[in-house]
Design a protein around this ligand. Structure first.
Ligand code: ADP
Ligand code: MG
Length: 254
C-alpha cells in the first residue's frame, strides 16, 4: 500500500519537475556604498524544483536569513535575478509586489509573530481576509486547517493561552492557508523542545507530500535538516556545497 503511494509520489515528482525558484547572480549589500557596507550575499545561484523540501545550513552570519528575506521579498536585493513560479520578480511594480508576496509566499518565523490579541482562528483567517475572501468562507477555511493540524479544540484561544508547539501550529496554519507557492521558515523549530520540533517537522513533511508545496527551511539542527530532500550549505554569502538526501532517519538507523 505505502509502496504504491510512494511510487505515485515519485512518478508525479518526475512528471512535473519544473523549477519553482530560480536565483541567479544574487548579491545583497547592506549600507551600500558606505564605509560600513556588508556584502552579505556574494553572487549566489540556486534552483529549487516544485515540491522540493530544502534545508539551508551554515555558520551564524553566513547570510541564511538574508537569503530567505530575499526569496520572501521582505527586503530588496542589490543585484541578481529571482524567478518564482515563472514570475521574474524584478519586473513587478510596487503594487504587484504586494500582491505577489501576499499570494505566493508563506513565511514562518522562529518567534511565530502571531497577533497577540487575535484568537488562533482569527490569526489564521487574517491572510485570507487580506486577499478579499468573504469573512464566512475565510473562517471556515481557517477552522478546517486548524482542525487538520490537531488544533480543533483551541480555535478561540489567544496565543498567550497556547503552548509553544500549539502557537507554532497556528503560525504554520497561517502561512499555509492561502496555499502559497513557497513556504519559508527561518529556524521555525528553533524555540521548540525536541518532541514538539519532531511534531512540527512531521507536519511539514505531511503538508509537503500532500500539497507538493515547496518548503525552504533554515536550521542549525542536523536532524531537522535531514528531514528535507537535500541540504544546501552556505559559507560567506555563497553556497559551498549541496548534500543530496534521502538521509537516514533516526528510526532507520536504529
Ligand atoms: P545568518 O542568518 O546566516 O546568521 P544573516 O543573513 O543574518 O546571517 O547576516 C549575514 C551578514 O549580514 C552578517 O554579517 C550580518 O551582520 C549582516 N547583516 C544582516 N542584516 C543586516 C542589516 N540589516 N544591516 C547590516 N548588516 C546586516
Ligand atoms: Mg539568521
Amino acid at each position: 500500500m505505502t509502496v504504491i503511494t510512494d511510487m505515485k509520489n515519485e512518478y508525479s515528482k518526475i512528471e512535473d519537475r519544473e523549477p519553482l525558484l530560480v536565483i541567479s547572480g544574487l548579491h545583497k549589500r547592506y549600507s551600500e556604498g558606505k564605509s560600513n557596507e556588508v556584502h552579505a550575499i556574494r553572487g549566489l545561484d540556486l534552483r529549487v524544483q516544485k515540491g522540493d523540501m530544502m534545508a539551508i545550513m551554515g555558520p551564524s552570519g553566513c547570510g541564511k536569513t538574508t537569503l530567505l528575506n530575499m526569496i520572501g521579498h521582505l527586503d530588496r536585493r542589490s543585484e541578481g535575478k529571482i524567478i518564482i513560479d515563472k514570475i521574474d520578480t524584478g519586473k513587478l511594480s510596487d503594487g504587484q509586489m504586494t500582491a505577489f508576496r501576499r499570494d505566493k509566499i508563506g513565511f514562518i518565523f522562529q518567534l511565530f509573530n502571531l497577533f497577540p490579541f487575535l484568537s488562533a482562528v482569527e490569526n489564521v483567517e487574517t491572510p485570507l481576509l487580506l486577499q478579499g475572501v468573504k469573512a464566512g468562507v475565510a473562517r471556515e477555511q481557517a477552522k478546517m486547517l486548524l482542525r487538520e493540524l490537531g488544533m480543533g479544540d483551541r480555535l478561540y484561544h489567544l496565543p498567550s493561552e497556547l503552548s509553544g508547539g500549539q502557537q507554532q501550529r497556528v503560525a504554520v496554519a497561517r502561512a499555509l492557508v492561502t496555499e502559497p507557492s513557497i513556504i519559508l521558515g527561518d529556524e521555525p523549530t528553533g524555540d521548540l523542545d525536541s518532541t514538539t520540533s519532531t511534531d512540527v517537522m512531521n507536519l511539514f513533511r505531511r503538508i509537503n507530500k500532500l500539497t507538493r508545496q515547496t518548503l525552504v527551511l533554515v536550521t542549525h539542527n542536523r536532524w531537522i535538516a535531514e528531514q528535507c530532500d537535500y541540504i544546501v550549505h552556505m559559507t560567506d554569502g555563497k553556497i559551498s556545497h549541496v548534500e543530496q538526501g534521502p538521509f537516514k532517519t533516526e528510526e532507520e538507523s536504529k
